[in-house]
Ligand binder design. Structure first.
Ligand SMILES: [Fe+2]
Ligand SMILES: [Fe+2]
Length: 348
């Protein structure tokens, strides 16, 4: 073990060089759009699935906070079981199947959304004759940045034979700082027990927002989820219209579920269609447009505002990390006749 220091440059110079290099490196990784055609599906024999990476180290498009992948489960296949220290949102694109989360089997169909909580054992199954395809967005990169990303494999073991998750201690008596900490952590852990795991598309309906879209929560603490900060909303843009312009720090990702349009990000236009991922990042003014004058376009917005971004906002206050025009430049949607809630959902 090294116990002596032999540096001849000052800490200032060391840090400055390192910090400059870091930003230069990460600017090189920035992507505003990932087309579905750029996402190569690769066999994953150890899980019996196929997987493609939209954004993330594993697809050579490095990220620091979120990652985005697409998964395919072949017909009549059950995956192996695993668990990890990060949580993820899962959105079903097509097919029917089920996911077992800590022993609880949840059936799903297209446009259902699930939460895979941190440390929950999970495996997926497809008993049908057609492939099932779903997307995941996780905070694995964030946990990797913090040095606490960990994944455990359980093979084909039934849930009853798998090790229990790390258990939060019950709060000791007293009002000392240690007892307070344990009590606070225990309360938070209890909040995660029995939290919501699925939003069935059958059971939700969109509401028109002042921003200019018909929107619904897929995953959010306000509808009963307990995530590490992830939240997802489905926005439906009216035919030929758009959402109001704004900018914020951090990342917001928009996955195009249906339709076609373009996003203007700091004056550059990025055309997208169903299957593409728009990555809004780094304090850029952005606005999303539906270019189809007949059909709506559905986008899923995923971000990690409730943990990382709120922390950054607190650390950087009074710098305001959300900006929108005083008068929202949203279109008037009062005359719009919205299509049926289920329009465009694939059969399964
Ligand atoms: Fe997983
Ligand atoms: Fe945004």
């Amino acid at each position: 073990m090294k116990t002596t220091t032999s540096t001849h440059v000052t800490h200032y110079e060391v840090q400055k060089t390192r910090r400059n290099r870091l930003l230069e490196e990460w600017r090189g990784y920035q992507r505003a759009l990932v087309k579905r055609s750029e996402v190569e599906m690769v066999d994953v024999p150890s899980r019996r699935t196929r997987r493609g990476v939209y954004m993330g180290w594993d697809g050579e498009r490095p990220t620091k906070n979120l990652d985005a992948s697409i998964h395919e489960i072949p017909p009549h296949t059950t995956t192996t079981v695993h668990r990890h220290s990060w949580d993820a949102i899962m959105f079903v694109e097509s097919g029917r199947g089920w996911t077992e989360i800590d022993g609880q089997v949840i059936q799903w169909r297209p446009w259902d959304t699930l939460h895979l909580p941190a440390w929950a054992w999970h495996r997926h199954g497809n008993d049908g004759d057609a492939s099932a395809v779903f997307h995941t967005w996780s905070v694995e990169p964030m946990l990797e940045s913090f040095g606490v990303a960990l994944l455990e494999e359980g093979g084909d073991s039934p849930y009853s034979e798998l090790p229990a998750p790390p258990r939060q201690a019950e709060a000791p008596e007293g009002d000392d700082p240690y007892a307070r900490r344990v009590r606070r952590l225990a309360a938070s852990a209890r909040g995660a027990d029995g939290a919501r795991l699925i939003t069935r598309f059958d059971d939700v309906r969109g509401v028109v927002t002042p921003r200019g879209a018909r929107s619904l929560f897929l995953v959010d603490q306000s509808i009963g989820y307990h995530t590490a900060g992830l939240s997802a909303v489905m926005h439906e843009l009216a035919p030929g219209l758009y959402q109001s312009r704004h900018r914020h720090g951090g990342e917001a990702w928009l996955y195009a579920v249906s339709g076609r349009g373009h996003s203007e990000i700091d004056g550059v236009s990025y055309p997208w269609e169903a299957g593409d991922l728009v990555v809004v990042d780094h304090w850029a003014w952005h606005q999303h447009f539906n270019d189809d004058t007949k059909q709506t376009a559905r986008l899923i917005r995923v971000h990690n505002f409730d943990a990382l971004y709120d922390m950054i906002r607190i650390l950087l206050d009074p710098i305001d990390l959300f900006e929108e025009p005083k008068v929202l430049d949203a279109p008037d949607l009062s005359g719009i006749t919205w299509p049926d809630h289920f329009a465009g959902r694939p059969e399964a």
